[in-house]
Write a protein that binds this ligand. Structure first.
Ligand SMILES: Nc1ncnc2c1ncn2[C@@H]1O[C@H](COP(=O)(O)OP(=O)(O)OP(=O)(O)O)[C@@H](O)[C@H]1O
Length: 122
């Protein structure tokens, strides 16, 4: 038996998590701004449906990595508030995952938008 009220409650908690991320995490706000700029440029250049998919995939990847990174930071701070090399490594690894997705997003942005920009100025 599916409990729809329970599912709705879970959605509310999840939406609260997304709201919290962009409200309090500086890096997430930077990623949000970058995504809004890229989306605006995408509309301006009238990019194709396939190109939208690549851009949106890249944006979703970065935001997802950012959320897992923030969640991991919280858990690490909870279980290891004092300095510990393992705590540091865990945070560095999670931050590295965000960096990887951000680099991927930059490559996608250049590959997708580059040819349109060249056309505009050709
Ligand atoms: N408990 C700890 N033990 C060892 N090193 C830590 C610890 N906490 C943080 N560090 C080191 O400091 C770095 C920055 O950690 P911090 O928690 O400040 O993350 P941040 O990237 O600045 O994120 P935010 O500003 O959102 O808190 C980590 O990547 C890690 O190298």
């Amino acid at each position: 038996m599916i409990q729809f009220a329970k599912t709705l409650r879970s959605f509310r908690f999840a939406a609260g998590g997304i709201h919290w991320l962009f409200r309090y995490e500086n890096n997430a706000r930077v990623h949000l701004l970058a995504a809004l700029v890229v989306i605006g440029v995408g509309f301006w250049l009238r990019i194709s449906r396939t190109d939208w998919l690549w851009l949106l995939l890249a944006i979703a990847l970065v935001w997802t990595a950012e959320m897992f990174n923030t969640a991991l930071e919280k858990v690490v701070d909870l279980v290891s508030p004092e300095y510990h090399p393992l705590a540091g490594q865990a945070k560095d690894l999670a931050a590295g995952a965000v960096l990887l997705t951000a680099l991927f997003a930059v490559v996608v942005g250049v590959l997708v938008l580059g040819p349109y920009v060249v056309d505009v100025f050709a």
